[in-house]
Design a binder for this molecule. Structure first.
Ligand code: AMP
Length: 299
């Protein structure tokens, strides 16, 4: 069963205390799609310009990512640049050039419309909703978002939340959306906006799932060196959805393991610039880290 993923497909220029990287393959959908691809097929929806390097198209294909929903339009690919402070937690956006994203209308190829698992990775909520409108009867829809949309498109985001099963967001965003500083109270308030499941990411401190079966507290995989955390959140969401789509049984029974799969993929993502480490991964390395996390948390 394929996972349908819509989001940004970008070229990223990143500055970290360890180095500087120009025009890496980036975007929320790219990170999520590569992560999900370790579990099975992925259908990608996005847009790039004619400047998009062919080797990046080849990389998607190597990961078995279906590109029927990727538009190539005259103009420039979305370009994002950011800079990390020494602690690697604080990030500053230096520039966002929308390019072909400005007039993007995601259209689903007919073969995508029966998707059962849909990841609305971070893009404008209006576009996320437009994709959801075209999917017939999805089994499980996860939406991601960012502070930009809380500040500029809150009404559209709220309308979207009434239509999704799960929302993933970081701690500060959860506090802002709920209007409450306590993480657990914030999650409870977000349920009232629609999603049955709320996943709050806490960076190096892991994540918290709130759902009908109560709380699940997931640690992050302990990493001694972070090279570049760009895309870790998107990778987490992609890994989670890939795991859910390609393992049998009801979603509520596999959600915890899915979150651990996402956690582990995100840890690999942080170990190299852009997608460089993730694209080198072998399936066995993912299982190994999942087992390690299980051992570290069992008592
Ligand atoms: P994360 O580190 O998980 O926040 O994701 C970083 C990725 O988000 C980068 O690859 C960027 O290309 C992408 N990105 C940055 N700003 C935006 C935006 N406004 N809309 C969509 N994607 C974005």
């Amino acid at each position: 069963m394929s996972v349908l993923i819509v989001g940004s497909t970008a070229l990223d220029s990143i500055k970290t205390p360890h180095g500087q990287y120009a025009r890496l393959l980036g975007g929320s959908a790219s990170y999520a799609a590569v992560a999900a691809s370790f579990f099975g097929p992925v259908q990608l929806v996005g847009v790039v310009g004619t400047d998009f390097p062919r080797r990046y198209l080849a990389l998607y294909r190597r990961h078995g990512i279906d590109l029927a929903g990727l538009q190539i339009q005259p103009g420039k690919t979305f370009h994002w640049s950011g800079e990390y402070e020494v602690n690697m937690d604080n990030r500053r956006t230096l520039a966002t050039e929308l390019g072909v994203f400005e007039g993007f209308q995601p259209e689903l190829p007919p073969a995508y419309r029966d998707a059962q698992f849909v990841l609305l990775a971070n893009i404008a909520p209006r576009l996320q909703a437009h994709v959801l409108d075209q999917v017939r009867r999805p089994q499980f829809v996860l939406a991601d978002t960012m502070d930009l949309w809380l500040n500029t498109a809150l009404d559209q985001l709220r309308a979207l939340l009434r239509r999704v099963d799960a929302l993933v967001l970081n701690e500060i965003e959860a506090q802002q959306l709920a209007g409450h500083t306590n993480l657990y109270e914030a999650a409870a308030r977000i349920h009232r906006l629609g999603p049955r499941y709320v996943i709050v990411k806490k960076g190096q401190h892991g994540s918290v799932l709130s759902g009908p079966d109560g709380w699940f507290l997931a640690p992050a995989y302990p990493l001694r060196k972070v090279v570049d955390p760009t895309g870790a959140g998107d990778t987490f969401a992609g890994g989670l959805m890939g795991y859910l789509a390609h393992n049998s049984g009801p979603v509520e029974r596999k959600l915890r393991r899915g979150i651990i799969a996402g956690t582990v993929l995100a840890s690999f993502c942080c170990e190299g610039p852009g997608l460089s480490r993730t694209t080198q991964l072998r399936r066995a390395e993912i299982s190994q880290r999942m087992r390690e996390l299980e051992r570290m948390t069992r008592f």
